[in-house]
Design a binder for this molecule. Structure first.
Ligand code: BDR
Ligand code: CA
Length: 336
């Protein structure tokens, strides 16, 4: 399998990229508005893949705006760079491409059904690509996404940020028929970074470990300025971890729809978690209990938090930048 990462780096997006580069065959990173401007996200992605020893990975700049609305101002907690706390050298290589939609469509033709997308930001790029070429869905094996929730939001009482930042795009993706895995707040908020996790990472002592520990320290402090929680959730890497160790998660097939119009619920993922016997197929019962619509998503309902952090920390401990750079150079086979 090949993996295309679509996101808004962004602290936790950077850790998602790290995990993916360490374990999976990453064919590109497409960037979007979200945690920061798309220009910041693109610069952060370029610097980060370079720092990770994979300057060959294409980074393609995606949409600056949601399909309908203005972009959300997400500078709180993310700083003017979008990744405050991460001190990285300037990127030394030019793998930049200006059109994420063309890149995504090109990758779908090139890799055909061997391609999965891991989405860790608003879904504007994927929706735009689907709107430009509806046959895209036939060429994507799966989308794993961080977004939504079984219940409750973080941007609003009802809506999680990635969905809320572009609900129309999310609606296009959830209606696309592409197999989906959803890692929502109901699992990601359980994966809180503790000071002991940060200490374990810092003690590894490598340049990478120190940068990651600094990022996580910043995330903990920034998060506590906004939410009354001790441990900052590490949302995005969960959408990657499922491909590395599926046993970390329990997934259930469910119907998920995106609320576009509610006064209080715009951007909410409406998840049908009912258990019905099927007797509601009778028309008289349907007036009281609507039948369930076909499942369109595998929803993560449980996570083994310790196994997830062990995976993340072991991945940092065993990350060998030089070996990764050499291996990538040996197998060079890039999109253009
Ligand atoms: C999501 O919003 C962003 O701030 C994070 O990067 C994550 O993708 C969590 O709601
Ligand atoms: Ca993100």
């Amino acid at each position: 399998m090949k993996y295309l990462l679509d996101g808004d780096p962004g602290h936790d997006d950077m850790l998602a990229i790290l995990l993916a580069v360490r374990h999976l065959e990453v064919v590109g990173v497409t960037t979007t508005h979200g945690n920061t401007s798309v220009d910041n996200a693109t610069r952060n992605a370029l610097q980060w893949v370079d720092f990770l020893g994979r300057p060959d990975i294409r980074v393609a700049r995606g949409r600056a705006h949601p399909l309908l609305n203005s972009p959300v101002d997400s500078s709180v907690g993310n700083g003017s760079s979008g990744a405050a706390g991460a001190v990285l050298p300037e990127a030394t290589t030019e793998t930049y491409m200006s059109d994420a939609i063309a890149f995504l469509l090109g990758a779908s033709h090139r890799y055909h059904s061997d391609l999965a997308i891991i989405a860790t930001g608003p879904l504007t790029n994927i929706a735009s690509a689907l709107l430009a070429d509806p046959s895209l869905g036939e060429r994507i094996q799966e989308i794993s996404l961080m977004g939504g929730s079984l219940a409750g939001g973080n941007s609003t009482a009802a809506a999680e940020f990635n969905i809320w930042a572009d609900p129309e795009a999310a609606a296009v993706v959830f209606a696309s028929g592409i197999p989906l895995r959803m890692f929502g707040l109901n699992v990601t908020e359980r994966a809180g970074v503790t000071s002991s996790h940060i200490q374990r990472i810092r003690e590894i002592g490598s340049d990478l470990a120190i940068v990651v520990a600094d990022i996580l320290q910043h995330v903990r402090i920034a998060r506590r300025q906004v939410f009354a929680v001790d441990d900052a959730p590490l949302h995005d890497p969960l959408a990657v971890a499922t491909f590395i160790d599926p046993g970390i998660f329990t997934l259930r097939d469910m119907r998920v729809d995106i609320e576009l119009h509610g006064n209080h619920t715009r951007g909410m993922t409406v998840v049908d978690a009912r258990s019905l016997t099927g007797s509601t197929d009778s028309p008289s019962l349907n007036r009281a209990v609507a039948p369930m619509r076909a499942a369109n998503c595998q929803v993560a309902v449980d996570v083994d938090v310790d196994a997830f952090f062990d995976l993340l920390i072991d991945s940092i401990r065993t990350y060998d930048v030089h070996a990764i750079r050499a291996a990538a150079g040996a197998g060079e086979d890039h999109d253009s």
